[in-house]
Design a protein. Sequence first.
Length: 80
Amino acid sequence: MSDPSLDSAILHVLMETLPDRIYFKDLRSRFVRNNLAHAHSLGADSPLDVVGKTDLDFFSKEHAERALADEQEIIRTGRP
Protein backbone atom coordinates (compact mmCIF):
# COMPACT_ATOMS: atom_id res chain seq x y z
CA MET A 1 0.00 0.00 0.00
CA SER A 2 1.38 3.43 -0.86
CA ASP A 3 1.91 6.24 1.62
CA PRO A 4 -0.22 9.30 0.64
CA SER A 5 2.29 11.73 2.15
CA LEU A 6 5.11 10.14 0.17
CA ASP A 7 3.02 10.21 -3.00
CA SER A 8 2.28 13.89 -2.42
CA ALA A 9 5.95 14.65 -1.81
CA ILE A 10 6.97 12.84 -5.01
CA LEU A 11 4.36 14.74 -7.03
CA HIS A 12 5.56 18.02 -5.54
CA VAL A 13 9.20 17.27 -6.46
CA LEU A 14 8.21 16.30 -10.00
CA MET A 15 6.07 19.41 -10.43
CA GLU A 16 8.87 21.66 -9.22
CA THR A 17 11.78 20.12 -11.08
CA LEU A 18 10.61 18.80 -14.45
CA PRO A 19 11.18 21.19 -17.36
CA ASP A 20 7.96 19.89 -18.97
CA ARG A 21 4.83 22.00 -18.74
CA ILE A 22 2.45 20.27 -16.33
CA TYR A 23 -1.03 21.45 -15.42
CA PHE A 24 -4.35 20.19 -14.13
CA LYS A 25 -7.78 21.69 -14.79
CA ASP A 26 -11.14 21.33 -13.11
CA LEU A 27 -14.39 20.36 -14.84
CA ARG A 28 -14.93 23.99 -15.83
CA SER A 29 -11.50 24.10 -17.52
CA ARG A 30 -9.91 26.35 -14.90
CA PHE A 31 -6.31 25.71 -13.97
CA VAL A 32 -6.14 24.20 -10.49
CA ARG A 33 -2.46 23.29 -10.36
CA ASN A 34 0.52 23.85 -12.63
CA ASN A 35 4.26 24.01 -12.48
CA LEU A 36 6.72 26.85 -13.04
CA ALA A 37 7.52 25.75 -16.61
CA HIS A 38 3.82 25.95 -17.52
CA ALA A 39 3.36 29.30 -15.77
CA HIS A 40 6.35 30.76 -17.58
CA SER A 41 5.10 29.47 -20.93
CA LEU A 42 1.93 31.49 -20.32
CA GLY A 43 3.89 34.60 -19.34
CA ALA A 44 3.10 34.30 -15.64
CA ASP A 45 5.72 34.74 -12.92
CA SER A 46 4.39 32.00 -10.65
CA PRO A 47 2.15 28.94 -10.85
CA LEU A 48 -0.14 30.67 -8.35
CA ASP A 49 -0.72 33.44 -10.92
CA VAL A 50 -2.36 30.86 -13.19
CA VAL A 51 -4.62 29.08 -10.68
CA GLY A 52 -8.31 29.84 -11.20
CA LYS A 53 -7.80 31.18 -14.70
CA THR A 54 -8.73 29.64 -18.05
CA ASP A 55 -7.18 29.55 -21.50
CA LEU A 56 -9.15 32.72 -22.28
CA ASP A 57 -6.89 34.59 -19.85
CA PHE A 58 -3.80 33.66 -21.87
CA PHE A 59 -4.77 32.91 -25.46
CA SER A 60 -6.91 34.37 -28.22
CA LYS A 61 -10.66 33.94 -27.95
CA GLU A 62 -10.66 31.57 -30.93
CA HIS A 63 -7.97 29.32 -29.47
CA ALA A 64 -9.53 29.33 -26.01
CA GLU A 65 -12.98 28.44 -27.36
CA ARG A 66 -11.56 25.51 -29.38
CA ALA A 67 -9.61 24.26 -26.35
CA LEU A 68 -12.70 24.54 -24.14
CA ALA A 69 -14.83 22.62 -26.66
CA ASP A 70 -12.19 19.88 -26.90
CA GLU A 71 -11.85 19.61 -23.11
CA GLN A 72 -15.60 19.50 -22.56
CA GLU A 73 -15.93 16.76 -25.19
CA ILE A 74 -13.29 14.72 -23.36
CA ILE A 75 -15.13 15.23 -20.08
CA ARG A 76 -18.47 14.34 -21.68
CA THR A 77 -17.28 11.19 -23.46
CA GLY A 78 -14.29 10.09 -21.40
CA ARG A 79 -12.32 9.71 -24.65
CA PRO A 80 -9.18 11.78 -25.24
